[in-house]
Design a protein around this ligand. Structure first.
Ligand code: GN1
Ligand code: MG
Length: 348
């Protein structure tokens, strides 16, 4: 496959070092080193992204806007092939390539609260710079991606159609999700009443989607496939989900799951530094809710996938998505227990 793709960019595959790269669950990613040049090559997962050209459309609109309005901002758009395409469609699928950002690195888990601060600032900056961009010009690359109401109904459907064995193994987790349905109702109220505005939202704000420099200062955000109109609770929520806990969703020792309150505060401070004067008062009032919303949704998605035989996330071992769901529900439980203390941190 590389033999066909790389020459389209003028790269000789024979003199290249190509290796699998990163830990994303959706797309296939490789590092490509040729001489002194380094690239990231990605194949878009077509089972997930049905219209990859919508991603390309969004990224090129945003690139044009940012290049004009904020030329100093580093926006990591794909490079063009020899014929000027930033997305290549072959019989093997859709591919795009990025220049590796020199002297950058990323983290899989936030190991210091300053990293959480830096990452939150980068995501806040991204939405702030795009505050005057007409959000309706963006296409929904994954329609209803963070529609919690729909996710909840898909989960109920998965429960109804699951095998008896998988349903049995999930019964406690299913009960906990059903018992916390008020999180879905809050989402429905927010969206039905149009309480908060649609913005340009990243929708995948895990720490590995931020590049850091050698001094561990944030450089920019990456992985822009899910940049589309959305609500700020998506970005804040996924940061809370992935930065406040010292271990990732892959951890199976649930006793390691805890809420690092200082990391929560760092997310708040970093994001607010950029978005504090842009967010409405009502949006700010949903800051803590954002964490409930996203952790709950991720638990729903992992458990629904387990009940549907791992068709979406895949599974590295028996019960993988069940463990991921239990991990996320443990995190939700701890987060709900800590709610008042978190509130005190950002009220004061
Ligand atoms: C997926 O592939 P990756 O890691 O960027 C998923 C996110 C989930 C995440 C959980 C398009 O992201 O929504 O939060 O896995 N992306 C899609 O690790 O479904
Ligand atoms: Mg992603």
């Amino acid at each position: 496959m590389f033999k066909k793709i790389l020459p389209l960019y003028g790269i000789d595959p024979v003199v290249c070092d190509v290796k699998a790269f990163g830990d994303g669950l959706i797309n296939y990613t490789w590092s490509v080193i040729t001489g002194s040049d380094r690239y990231i090559l990605q194949q878009v997962n077509q089972n997930v992204f049905k219209h990859p050209f919508d991603i390309d459309h969004n990224i090129s609109l945003l690139k044009d806007y940012l290049d004009t309005e904020y030329p100093d901002y580093l926006f990591v758009a794909p490079v063009k092939d020899l014929t000027g395409n930033s997305l290549i469609h072959t019989e093997e699928g859709y591919f795009r390539m990025f220049r590796f950002v020199a002297n950058s690195h990323s983290f899989n888990v936030a190991e210091h609260k300053d990293e959480a601060f830096e990452a939150a600032q980068q995501f806040g900056k991204f939405s702030r710079l795009l505050n005057n961009f007409e959000v309706q010009h963006l296409r929904a690359t994954l329609p209803d991606f963070h529609n919690l109401s729909l996710r909840y109904h898909q989960f109920l459907y998965a429960c109804e159609h699951a095998s008896a064995e998988r349903k049995d193994k999930s019964s406690e987790l299913i009960a906990y999700l059903l018992a916390n349905k008020d999180i879905v109702e809050t989402f429905e109220r927010i969206t039905d009443r149009k309480e908060i505005p649609l913005r340009v939202i990243h929708h995948d704000t895990k720490i590995s989607n931020v590049l850091f420099d050698a001094q561990n200062k944030g450089i920019c955000v990456i992985d822009l496939d899910t940049v589309m109109p959305g609500y700020f609770i998506s970005d804040i929520g996924d940061m809370i989900r992935t930065y406040v806990c010292p271990v990732s969703e892959e951890e199976t020792d649930m006793s390691k799951i805890e809420i690092r309150k200082d990391y929560f505060k760092a997310i708040y401070d970093g994001y607010m530094l950029e978005m504090g004067t842009t967010l409405t008062a009502l949006e700010k009032s949903y800051f803590i809710y954002a964490g409930k919303f996203l952790i709950y949704m991720q638990a729903l998605r992992f458990l629904a996938d387990y009940l549907q035989n791992d068709v979406y996330y895949g599974s590295g071992y028996e019960g993988h998505n069940l463990n991921r769901a239990e991990n996320q529900l443990t995190l939700l439980r701890r987060y709900l227990e800590t709610g008042e203390q978190l509130k005190a941190l950002i009220d004061g």
